[in-house]
Design a protein around this ligand. Structure first.
Ligand code: TYD
Length: 136
C-alpha cells in the first residue's frame, strides 16, 4: 500500500463579502482531486475525545474544520505529520493509506469530510497491526 501522494492543505476559493464570506467546492472546478461521493460531519465532540484511529484502503478525503479547530495526526508508515485545521476555507486532502487520528477538538467545532467513496466498512483498516503489516 504505497502512498503515491502526500496529504496536503488545499486552499479553497473564497468570496469575500461585507455581509459574510463564502467558500464552495464543485466536482467540476479542477481543484478537487476526486469526485465527491459522500459528505459527513463530526460535531458535539466532548472535550478530550479523539476520533479516527483507522486508515482507508481506497477512499480519499478532504477534511474541513467548518467551525472551531482540531488537530489531525497522520502516519503513512514512515513519516508522521500533524495538521491544525482551524479555517473553513482550508481542506486537508488525504490520499488513502494514512493512519489518522483527530483530537484537540475545540468546543463547538464541526469537522466536515468530503469523501471519494460511499461508506463501506471494507474500505477501513481498523487494526493498527494490520496497517503496519500492509505498509511493511
Ligand atoms: P468512523 O469512520 O469509525 O468514525 P471516526 O473515524 O470519526 O471515529 O465511523 C463511526 C461509525 O459511523 C461507524 O460505525 C461507521 C459509521 N459511519 C457511517 O455509517 N457512515 C459514514 O459515512 C461514516 C463516516 C461512518
Amino acid at each position: 500500500m504505497e502512498n503515491k501522494e502526500k496529504a496536503r492543505i488545499i486552499e479553497l476559493p473564497r468570496i469575500y463579502d461585507p455581509r459574510g464570506n463564502l467558500t464552495f467546492v464543485e466536482n467540476t472546478d479542477g481543484l478537487m482531486p476526486f469526485k465527491i461521493e459522500r459528505v459527513y460531519w463530526i460535531y458535539d465532540v466532548p472535550a478530550g475525545e479523539a476520533r479516527g484511529g483507522h486508515a482507508h484502503r481506497q477512499g480519499q478525503e478532504i477534511l474541513i474544520a467548518l467551525s472551531g479547530s482540531l488537530t489531525v495526526k497522520l502516519f503513512d508508515g514512515r513519516e508522521r505529520s500533524e495538521f491544525l485545521l482551524n479555517r473553513p476555507f482550508q481542506g486537508l486532502y488525504m490520499p488513502p493509506g494514512y493512519w489518522r487520528t483527530m483530537d484537540n477538538f475545540s468546543s463547538g467545532s464541526v469537522l466536515m469530510v468530503l469523501s471519494s467513496v460511499p461508506y463501506s466498512e471494507d474500505d477501513y483498516i481498523r487494526d493498527y497491526d494490520d496497517f503496519l503489516s500492509l505498509k511493511a
